[in-house]
Design a protein around this ligand. Structure first.
Ligand code: ARG
Length: 500
């Protein structure tokens, strides 16, 4: 089949070259976007008197048919037509005839078209990812609310450090995920600008109206510079970067789940439906969801590096290398969306072993810092001196196989070090659930603080949802506006008479 761009060629592509160049499989995610972008462009061309009303009607008729046929599986992208843009245009030309269908590409290039399509696609995907993050945040908030005072060991260097509460741990993840949402929103801002009308690189001599297509496609603004926007894929890199960091964050959670669910830690038991067995060891229940989250993080980082490497050293202007932006993005999006769904399921169904947490909390001198703090306040010594007194105490107790809760010995050793202390005060400090109440600073593990933070994070979740609602409302309204105009034109109304 002759190519739509075939005028200056005397020979066809070899089959291998054709296959090498085509991107229909990758582009198949953007068929509806390509049709919407084409509708907006055609409407604008007619409104600006660049094409005639009767041509617009035909073009919109066949674009509508293309969508219906695509959705019913009748219109399938053909690799011979190279990409989604040429496939849709070919469909149109075959239906409306070359004279009419061939007019759609006036003042447009595949260079601005492909970015338009991917921007329309990516902004929806960003919202899907944000929605899934929010679901995970809500799950953590439910755990936090129930456990503002449940003491658990808090770690540094994966060594028992100070008591914290389970609610404090859970809200840490909510707080972390808030930043992932912020990063995705930042990416969204750079995604949602209108590239259409940049044409190949230099703009066009036709009197197009780029603000009109921005309105019809729900973009926040017209991208300010045509050469810049057709050359740009940093908005893809930015999205991928946000996804890579998100995956890094999820892998942190995954790692904790892996060892917290070991027999030795025993802090939690994963639900059967979120684990896998062993083919040889009948007793095994493996945290494979968490492990593959950790493992697939490499694939998402790989996607980011893949894109950045593709972009490195590309000069201004469209270069075919840019076609390679989508596979890594699609890959990362697919992994992230699946990971978020199963992670939320894993966390919401896991069983926290409170007895075990009680047993280990405070059993390893992790209240020592607070004991030193007490001595600072009560005795007026320097913190460094108190650190040494308590360090000596822990060392001696440890050598004698004793704990702070061996109160008589602890009090005696303290007295030997010149510190008189009553048993009630000691008990108050070395009991982890009481210990955490001593914390006073903003953002600390004190149950009251955790409760306060839960309140703040609940509001943040509501705000994130409101942003999504606004983003969706804008794109939905633009979609509806375009489709309303299409329906009216097909009904015989002229765009010249419409307010667009
Ligand atoms: N399939 C191409 C891509 O994804 C579309 C743009 C082609 N532009 C061109 N000048 N050949 O980047």
């Amino acid at each position: 089949m002759a190519k739509l761009w075939g005028g200056r060629f005397q020979k066809d592509l070899t089959e291998n070259v054709e296959d090498f160049l085509q991107s229909v499989e990758v582009d198949s995610k953007m068929v509806l976007e390509d049709i919407w972008g084409s509708q907006a462009h055609a409407i604008m061309l007619a409104k600006q008197d660049i094409i005639k009303a009767k041509d617009l009607k035909e073009i919109l008729l066949y674009l509508d048919k293309a969508r219906a046929d695509y959705l019913s599986g009748k219109f399938v992208l053909d690799p011979e037509n190279e990409d989604v843009h040429m496939n849709v245009e070919r469909y149109l030309i075959e239906g409306a005839g070359a004279d009419c269908g061939g007019k759609l590409h006036t003042a447009r290039s595949r260079n601005d078209q492909v970015i338009t399509d991917s921007k329309l696609h990516i902004r929806n995907k960003i919202i899907d990812v944000k929605e899934k993050i929010i679901r995970l945040q809500e799950t953590f908030l439910a755990i936090a609310e129930e456990n503002t005072g449940t003491a658990i060991p808090g770690y540094t260097h994966t060594q028992d450090a100070q008591p914290i509460t389970l609610g404090y741990w859970a809200t840490a993840y909510v707080s972390m995920l808030n930043r992932d949402i912020t990063r995705l929103d930042n990416a969204y801002r750079n995604v949602n600008t209108n590239p259409l009308g940049s044409a190949a690189l230099a703009g066009t001599s036709f009197p197009i109206d780029r603000r009109m297509t921005a309105r019809l496609l729900g973009f926040d603004s017209v991208h300010v510079h045509s050469l810049d926007v057709i050359s740009s894929r940093d908005f893809v890199a930015e999205t991928l970067c946000a996804l890579a960091i998100l995956m890094s964050n999820l892998s942190k959670l995954a790692e904790e789940i892996v060892y917290w669910s070991t027999y030795e830690f025993g802090f939690l038991e994963l639900d059967d439906s979120y684990t896998a067995g062993s083919s040889i060891m009948p007793q095994k229940k493996n945290p494979c969801v968490a492990e593959l989250t950790r493992g697939r993080t490499g694939r998402v980082y790989g996607s980011l590096i893949q894109l950045l490497t593709t972009l490195k050293g590309l000069p201004m202007g469209y270069n075919r290398d840019l076609q390679e932006d989508k596979p890594p993005l699609w890959n990362a999006l697919e992994i992230i969306e699946k990971t978020l769904v199963v992670t939320e399921g894993m966390i919401s169904t896991m069983q926290v072993k409170k007895d075990r947490l009680k047993q280990v909390s405070g059993a390893n001198y992790n209240t020592a810092t607070e004991l030193a703090n007490y001595l600072v306040r009560e005795k007026g010594y320097s913190f460094r001196k108190c650190h040494e007194i308590v360090g000596n105490l822990v060392g001696t107790l440890h050598r004698q196989n004793k704990l702070f809760t061996d109160y008589d010995i602890t009090l005696k050793l303290l007295a030997d070090a010149g510190v008189e202390m009553d048993e009630a005060s000691l008990k108050n400090i070395v009991d982890p659930e009481k210990n955490v109440k001593a914390y006073k600073s903003l953002g600390s593990t004190n149950p009251k603080e955790v409760k306060r933070m839960v309140g703040i994070f609940k509001k943040d979740v509501l705000k994130s949802k409101a942003v999504i609602k606004k983003q969706n409302a804008k794109t939905d309204a633009a979609w509806k506006k375009t489709q309303d105009i299409v329906a009216k034109v097909l009904d015989g109304k002229e765009v010249k008479t419409m307010k667009i």
